[in-house]
Design a protein around this ligand. Structure first.
Ligand SMILES: [Zn+2]
Length: 486
């Protein structure tokens, strides 16, 4: 049977966290009553002239540098002409051809232990469009608040230049987006909110027979507003294309929309007649000229990036690579970890609790790290209680869940729920005697040399004490009591 290999390209749009829009003074903040954040410039009224938002340019330079790109010394803006109601001017100001602000970069990803450097072709600056709201019947409303918000576009390069890689699975695509988002949020140019659309990704997906050099026909995916959707959407599309090809069919060059509820993609529009955008240099804006020294200053001013932080976690704190990768995937996660380590010095325990119980609870409740009620000092206080023997590791799981859900301190929860560990022999001996009385056969087994059966008796004791008994003490007392019954 013919085998196919996937080739995936990623186009990512990131709204920049500037206060004002790209070419006017209107606020760039998300939301607001429809059409209250507009002016003649972003509405494209005749006679209005755009003025470049310098902050937005600086943000793209920072992002491009963080993505290992080179900065184009002379970068210019273009008009991309097309007629659609979300675009009041009839064109979008963008950057075309070989003059985007940043070029030739890469993002490092690790999937299943394998590291790849994904090639980036370009990082450019443009303006966002307005938003169409389709209402009942055949009517549509338009909100121009988003129109003109600075938008950065980051595009991968397929095939990659020598020494760099391309994305070849849904998991790699997701991981690319995770690391890209980490970088953009670390340097503070984007808020990383996929669900609000301030970070959007449009993968293009194709299959080619293994051994063939030319790419197959690709489809483009839209409406992926979570990491899970990126993963599922691409996986679905790869399977769909493979089925078509194996049956001898042809892939149509088109845009497909991911339906998260149905778990399937559906055709939106065919791309057989590619739009002719008639790009030309924007005559109302001057070219951008980047001074090499200024670019160097921007590079030096970059904060510690996710990969550098990951290295530091591995080398200085002894955290395994896999854990370090996850802990640095988001800035709030990494900062929580660092703060907790500062307070407790036991990096491995902090990491274990974060990788295990914390991630599980965040996922289960759909909570973002930054919204979580749990603080680093809550966690370290609980670790201290375990260290001192006040609570057992098992009880700590209950305490942790309580802390996560209520935001209360561990000591308060332990006291209120009566969860302190039983370390008093006189309190445990009657319980142990009862366990032994109730299980004469197991007692005989253990005395007869079946040491494994002791675990059952330990388990029963823990059950009667609701997990509060100190396990080493239970073990010792059980052995002593058993001996006395010999
Ligand atoms: Zn405006």
């Amino acid at each position: 049977m013919q085998e196919y290999e996937p080739i995936i390209g990623m186009e990512v749009h990131a709204e920049l966290l500037t206060e004002s829009k790209m070419f006017c003074g209107c606020t760039a903040e998300f939301g607001g009553e429809p059409n209250t954040r507009c002016c003649p410039v972003c509405l494209g009224l005749p006679g209005s002239l755009p003025v470049i938002n310098v902050k937005a340019v600086q943000y793209v330079v920072k992002a491009a540098l963080a993505l290992n790109c080179s900065i184009t010394p002379n970068s210019i803006f273009h008009r991309k002409n097309y007629f659609y109601p979300d675009l009041p001017k009839g064109y979008q100001i963008s950057q075309y051809g070989d003059t985007p602000i940043g070029q030739h970069g890469w993002v490092q990803i690790t999937v299943n232990g394998a590291t790849k450097k994904i090639a980036i072709r370009r990082v450019h600056l443009e303006e966002d469009t307005g938003k169409l709201l389709h209402v009942e019947g055949d009517r549509s409303h338009i909100d121009y608040n988003r129109g003109g918000v600075p938008l950065m576009e980051i595009v991968t390069q397929n095939p990659p230049p020598p020494g760099l890689d391309q994305i070849q699975s849904a998991e790699e695509a997701k991981e690319y987006l995770v690391r890209l988002r980490a970088i953009l949020t670390y340097i503070g140019v984007n808020d990383g909110k996929l669900e609000e659309g301030s970070l959007r990704c449009e993968p293009n997906i194709s299959l080619r027979p293994v051994g063939q050099i030319e790419f197959g026909v690709k489809t483009e995916l839209k409406n992926l507003n979570s990491f899970r959707a990126v993963l599922r959407g691409i996986e679905y599309e790869l399977e769909r294309q493979e089925k078509v090809l194996l049956k001898g069919g042809k892939i149509v060059h088109e845009t497909r929309r991911w339906d998260d509820v149905r778990g399937a993609t559906a055709s939106m529009r065919s791309k057989e007649f590619e739009q002719e955008y008639r790009y030309f240099p924007e005559p109302d804006l001057t070219p951008l000229r980047f001074d090499a020294q200024w670019v160097e200053e921007q590079r030096k001013a970059l904060p510690e990036l996710p990969d550098q932080r990951k290295r530091r976690f591995i080398e200085e704190l002894g955290i395994p690579e896999y854990d370090a990768e996850i802990l640095t995937d988001s800035r709030p996660m990494a900062e929580f970890f660092e703060e907790a380590v500062k307070l407790s010095a036991d990096a491995k325990s902090v990491s274990n609790w974060m990788m295990g119980d914390l991630l599980r609870l965040l996922n289960a409740t759909g909570t973002e790290m930054e919204q979580s009620k749990l603080t680093p000092s809550h966690l370290t206080e609980m670790l201290n209680l375990i260290g001192k023997g006040t609570i057992s590791g098992k009880i700590a799981k209950t305490v942790f869940e309580e802390m996560f859900g209520t935001g209360r301190r561990a000591s308060e929860i332990v006291e209120k729920l009566g969860l302190t560990q039983i370390t008093d022999e006189s309190e445990l001996i009657p319980i142990i005697n009862q366990v032994l009385d109730e299980n004469p056969r197991i007692v005989q087994d253990v005395l007869g040399g079946k040491d494994k059966s002791l675990a059952f008796l330990v388990g029963q004791t823990m059950r009667y004490t609701k997990g509060r008994a100190n396990p080493p003490l239970v073990n010792r007392l059980l052995r002593e009591r058993l001996e006395s019954r010999r």
